[in-house]
Ligand binder design. Structure first.
Ligand SMILES: C[S@@+](CC[C@H](N)C(=O)[O-])C[C@H]1O[C@@H](n2cnc3c(N)ncnc32)[C@H](O)[C@@H]1O
Length: 223
């Protein structure tokens, strides 16, 4: 039985990459999610859309990574996501229905830090407020590598998966460098990711391919 597979095709003018690891499948689209969503299926959403806060980018040493973000001047419409089991980061920037189930990422920044001390995710998969504490600055971020200006920690995204059905297909329509995809694979879920920016799309493909190459331990017997 094949445990790892990677194929590319072009559909409707957009590049599509597919990866298979064991029983889990990953499909990545380089496209505007609004064009692709009507064509695809998923069970749940874990995402981190652009917030409409106009991330300014870095003109210095990290300019290649810390660049401006597509769609970051006005927040996208995410209200439709509430119809699915969803976790939506940055949701204090969006219009969403009332929910009692918010996820909080405590970034462990000291009170003097000018950046946010925490980030919030709207969810309809938990009923109460849940807290994840993880430092992701300085050495902790450096250790993972700089892939995207607003990259999320893989551990944080893995933490979100515990409330979604095992083996389900998770969609991230704003996947950036593919962190949600890594988390889905690491927790035995399928993944569909969409990214509009070709540079971030390439990064996501490379990270996910590396993940597949590293962790392909399929214990099912050959048929
Ligand atoms: C906040 S970032 C996601 C970062 C991601 N969580 C990570 O860890 O790398 C949002 C991403 O959405 C992408 N984006 C913006 N508008 C889009 C659209 N209409 N369709 C698909 N992707 C879009 C941006 O290019 C950006 O990479």
């Amino acid at each position: 039985m094949k445990t790892l597979e990677s194929t590319t095709d072009v559909r409707g003018g957009c590049s599509v990459q597919r990866f298979v690891r064991g029983h889990n499948q990953v499909t990545l689209y380089n496209a505007d999610c609004r064009d692709v969503l009507p064509e695809i299926a998923w069970d749940a959403i874990v995402t981190d859309p652009p917030y409409g806060v106009n991330h300014c980018g870095n003109k210095g040493r990290r300019a290649k990574i810390d660049c401006e973000i597509t769609g970051d001047t006005t927040p996208p419409d995410v209200a439709w996501m509430a119809e699915y089991p969803s976790v939506i980061w940055g949701a204090n920037n969006f219009e969403l229905p009332r929910s009692t189930g918010w996820l909080v990422w405590d970034k462990t920044h000291g009170a003097k830090c000018q950046h946010s001390q925490a980030e919030l995710a709207w969810s309809n998969v938990v009923k109460t407020v849940r807290l994840h504490r993880e430092a992701y600055h300085g050495f902790m971020r450096q250790r993972d590598g700089w892939y995207h200006p607003t990259q999320k920690p893989p551990m944080l995204m893995q933490w979100c998966m515990q409330w979604l059905a095992e083996g389900c297909t998770v969609l991230d329509p704003y996947m950036g460098s593919g962190t949600t995809g890594l988390a889905a694979l690491r927790t035995g879920r399928n993944f569909v990711g969409i990214e509009i920016d070709p540079k971030h799309f390439e990064t996501a493909c490379a990270r996910i391919e590396r993940e597949c190459n590293q962790g392909a331990f399929d214990m099912t017997p050959n048929d």
